[in-house]
Structure formats: C-alpha cells, structure tokens
Design a protein around this ligand. Structure first.
Ligand SMILES: C[S@@+](CC[C@H](N)C(=O)[O-])C[C@H]1O[C@@H](n2cnc3c(N)ncnc32)[C@H](O)[C@@H]1O
Length: 427
C-alpha cells in the first residue's frame, strides 16, 4: 500500500540550519525533522532507544540526544563515522574551548607566513584553493595537530576546519565529487582563517543553546561497523525503533563523497587506498564497487533464493535484463552485479536488524527506487517483500517525493519516473 507522506518530515536543507546538524554538510544526510517526527509518531521518550544501521554523520543520534532518547548507530566509512562521533559529544568546557580556538587562530596566522605547504597534499587539494588559503589551511592543520589538548577539543577544531574546506574552496564545490576542472571557479574568495573562526563561533553558539535547553541525559553509541552485522553490536530485542536511510540503488559512490576532506587530513591519498579501506566495506550500491571475478556467485542471489523463491524469480528477471543491456551498451556498466549485490546485502541487513528490535517495533527506512539502463527496480517493494521473507509481519510504503527531475533535459537518460519513499516494516 502507498500512502502520501506528511509535510513535517522536512528536507535535507533543514539540517543545514539546525544546531549541531549544521556542523558538517553531508548531502547524503536526511532531515532531523524526519527523525523527530518518527520518534514522536512511535512514542519514543526518555529511556527508549532508537537504532540506525547506516548512521552517516549522525542525524538520528544527534536528534535523539536533543530529545533525551538513547541511540545506537553504525557507520562503515571511518571518516563519516568520525564526524558523527564528534557531533554527538556536547560536553565541552565552553570557556576553555573558546580560549583554545582564539589561540589556534593566532598561532595559525603567524605560522601561515612560514609553513611548509607546497608539497604536502595530493594534487586535488591544490586545485581547490588559492595559494593564500592553502597556506592558512596548512597552518591551521599543523596548529591543531600540535595542540596539547584533549581529544574531544582537537576533534571539535578538526571538524570546524573540515567544514571550512567547502566554504573557502574556489572550485565550485560540486558535491559530492570535487572535480575542479569541471566547475566554474568561484569569483569571491573567502578567507580561510576568518571562516574557520566563524565556523567555530557557530558551533560554540549551538552548544550554548543546547545547554540552555536543559535536555535530559541519554546514552549514545556510535559504532564503526557494518550494517549487515548490526546484531553483533546491539543486544537482541533491545530497540524500540530503527530509523535509517541506507544507500540507494543509484550508483552513488559513498566512498568518494569525502575525498577532499580525507586527502586534506592525510587519511587517504589515492583512489586505490579509498577502495581498499572504504569502498570494499560498504553495502553494494555502485558499479565502482563491483569486482566481477569475486561476484559470480553473488549474481545468482543465493541468499534470496533461499529466503523466497518468488522474490528471487522477480529479481532474477531484472538481473538478466540488466546483463543483456550491459552486453549491448558501450559503457558496459555492471548494474546486474550491483542489483544482485544490493539485495543480497539488504537481506543481511533486514535479518540482522530484526533481531535487535523489540516485538512489534518498527524498522523505518528512507529509500529511493531506481532505473539502471531504464529498467525499473522497485527497491522499496522488493525490500518490503524481503522483510516479510525474513520474518517481519508487514510493511507499508509512503511516497515522499519525486526524484530525478533535474535530468529531465538529458536525452541520454531514461524517462522512468523515480521516487523517494518511506518504507515502514513491522516486526
Ligand atoms: C544515505 S547515507 C545515511 C545518512 C544519514 N542518515 C545522515 O543523515 O547522515 C548512507 C550511509 O551508509 C553508509 N554505509 C554504506 N555501507 C554501509 C555498511 N555496510 N554498514 C554501515 N554503513 C554503511 C554510507 O557510508 C553512508 O554514510
């Protein structure tokens, strides 16, 4: 059944203006208003616990914390996980923190005149900033790393500097992938030191605002792990609700979304390294993750065949059609492998999440359908049916919005209407 979704769910843009949520712009993130609405709808108050197996930068946990609800979240991308961990810590000594920020800016200002900056990053970073800002950013980075301070303070400053990167870039910041050559350079250059200071001020202001709100204490766990093994981190039948947004089946490469940031901090310096340390650990959702040699078994969807013959048959038809299209199309995109891998992975997520929910509790997912090579894949319906196959009692789909309109004029693109939906599964 499909029902119309409600307007109080808001959009991703709400999180760009809200305290704490605005500390880092992660376009894969969803609206904190949506989480608030779901916690309210399902009656979660102090003492209850919400889970999120695809935590991203922590929208679910931060929202829960501002309402005094406990949370447990899992995220597989270590940098994204770090962002969530940093956002969920509200207990800074704000006076000490303000002093440290002021000292950091002063030291960085002086250091910028003599800092080593010309050969410290991969080329991508140099294409994204003016020389003046590269010196300031190098000086801020070095100053923060050399600070003799607590880990939480350093993380706060690191996150403020991380967020500053997209504010001061001249590369037109084409999210999610920064491709400096492809975008018109920005005309206005913003000063990195001033923007870093402004970002820190906003973040401190958010913490002051929350302190005045006297929020009841709650417990939060932010785990670096795999949603397919959610029940290995979370106690059996301990959750009152799961609210999440898994990767969509839309060929988006989550591993690449924070490339600029991870290159800047020296965490990664190449595509190969990101593949090995992040891409290969994520839920299958993009052709850049496919390794044909090791996936032939997966393409037959053995897990799904075992779970439900009818769903397996429906999915196999789609996969065969995609394989046929691949052989005809010049790009030879391996969507057949992606689709098979995606549903095999989602089957594991569903099985594992079910174990963590209390009897009768709901598993709420924001999901999009897709149409690789113009072949429609009704993702929400298929995931809903798979949920029943692994023992959930029912599911409902609410339409949130229509997707893909921005591609309307592209003659290369399919014309299948796509949507984003809320899938609510009942244990
Ligand atoms: C749509 S985003 C979720 C964003 C989140 N709701 C927020 O507001 O920030 C999906 C997230 O799932 C993560 N992810 C992908 N595969 C995963 C896996 N196997 N286990 C846990 N997280 C995974 C991605 O790195 C990405 O951050």
């Amino acid at each position: 059944m499909i029902v119309a979704a409600r307007s109080e769910y808001g959009s991703f843009r709400d999180s760009l203006r809200a305290p704490i949520h605005r500390w880092f712009t992660y376009p894969a993130g969803y609206s904190y208003k949506f989480v608030e609405a779901k916690l309210d709808e399902h009656g979660l108050t102090k003492g209850a616990t919400v889970g999120d197996p695809f935590l991203g930068t922590g929208t679910t946990s931060v929202t829960a914390k501002t309402l005094g609800v406990n949370s447990v979240g899992v995220e597989a991308h270590s940098f994204v996980h770090w962002v969530a961990t940093t956002k969920i810590f509200f207990d800074h000594d704000l006076i000490k923190l303000s002093t440290t920020i002021a000292e950091t800016v002063e030291r960085a200002k002086a250091l910028a005149q003599r800092v080593e900056w010309s050969d410290i990053w991969p080329p991508l970073v140099y294409k994204c900033f003016t020389d003046e800002n590269l010196k300031a950013l190098a000086a801020l980075r070095q100053t923060i790393m050399e600070l003799n301070t607590e880990a939480n303070t350093r993380d706060f400053l690191k996150l403020a500097l991380t967020a500053t990167l997209r504010i001061v870039t001249t590369a037109g910041a084409g999210w999610p992938y920064i491709a400096p050559g492809k975008y018109h350079a920005r005309k206005v250059t913003r000063d990195a030191l001033a923007e870093f200071q402004a970002k820190c001020d906003t973040m401190i202001g958010d913490l002051q605002q929350l302190r005045r709100a006297n929020i009841p204490a709650s417990q939060h766990r932010v785990i670096l792990g795999d949603a397919r093994e959610f029940d290995s981190y979370v106690d059996e039948e301990s959750l009152d609700l799961i609210v999440t947004s898994p990767p969509y089946l839309n060929n988006y490469d989550y591993a690449d979304r924070t490339r600029l940031e991870t290159y800047f901090w020296g965490i990664y310096d190449s595509w190969a390294q990101i593949s090995q340390e992040v891409r290969e650990r994520l839920l299958m959702a993009a052709t850049t993750q496919v390794k044909i040699a090791s996936m032939n078994g997966t393409r037959a969807c053995p897990g799904i065949r075992q779970a439900d013959r009818q769903i397996h048959e429906e999915l196999s038809k789609i996969i065969h059609e995609l394989a046929r299209m691949r052989s005809m199309k010049p790009g030879k995109k391996t969507y057949d492998y992606v689709v098979a891998g995606y549903f095999e992975d989602m089957l594991k997520v569903l099985t594992s999440a079910r174990n963590t929910l209390k009897p009768g509790a709901k598993f709420v997912l924001v999901l999009g359908d897709s149409a690789p090579y113009g072949i429609h894949v009704p993702t929400e319906e298929l995931v809903g049916k798979l949920a029943i196959a692994v023992g959930f009692s029912g599911y409902q789909v609410e339409k949130l919005r229509t997707r893909g309109r921005k591609w309307g004029n592209n003659s290369q693109r399919h014309k299948v209407p796509l949507r984003e939906s809320i899938l609510t599964i009942s244990k």
